[in-house]
Design a binder for this molecule. Sequence first.
Ligand code: ADP
Length: 185
Amino acid sequence: MVEKVVNNTKLVLKVGDITEENVDAIVNAANSTLMGGGGVDGAIHAKGGSKILEECKKIRQTQYPEGLPTGEAVITTGGNLPAKYVIHTVGPICNGEWNQTFEKLLYNAYYNSLKLAKDKGLKSVAFPFISAGAYRCPKEKAAQTALKAIKDFIQKENSLQEIRIVLFSQPDFDIFARLIDKEWV
Ligand code: ADP
């Protein structure tokens, strides 16, 4: 576990299963259909129960009939999860490539999730490693972008008490742990 405090917000890096995090909101690395999927998305819906999917369906009907655009974020109940809410965002599909468009979209996914949490008055948020699984963004670049977005947000806003990044493996944790001292000045 690594902890850093900037502008009254604590950033925590840890290895774990995000569905077990006791925070106001966990972020889901969803796909634009919002209808669930594999990876962390599947785990969140499986553990959180059908209420989450029901609210996602309503969001599709009322707000995003074409699907949630990449980089945007929406919020639902956390259902049966320890977290009160789930913030659903969509990262870019990199397929092993990296460019400025992917970077901007991934940055937006983190930043807009934090903005939504703030607008809801939430105090603690946990992120998975968005786009680092099935969407195959280069991990080093994806981690740098995550840290940049989080740092930019914290420097502008100090309404959140704690932001966690919950890595599903030790190697993923190590990428963030190595970067954090470089990026977090
Ligand atoms: P994406 O489609 O955005 O790449 P994935 O769910 O495939 O999303 O992967 C994103 C990251 O989430 C990967 O690093 C994967 O190892 C991780 N992950 C999968 N399940 C969990 C979980 N229960 N808790 C935390 N992280 C998870």
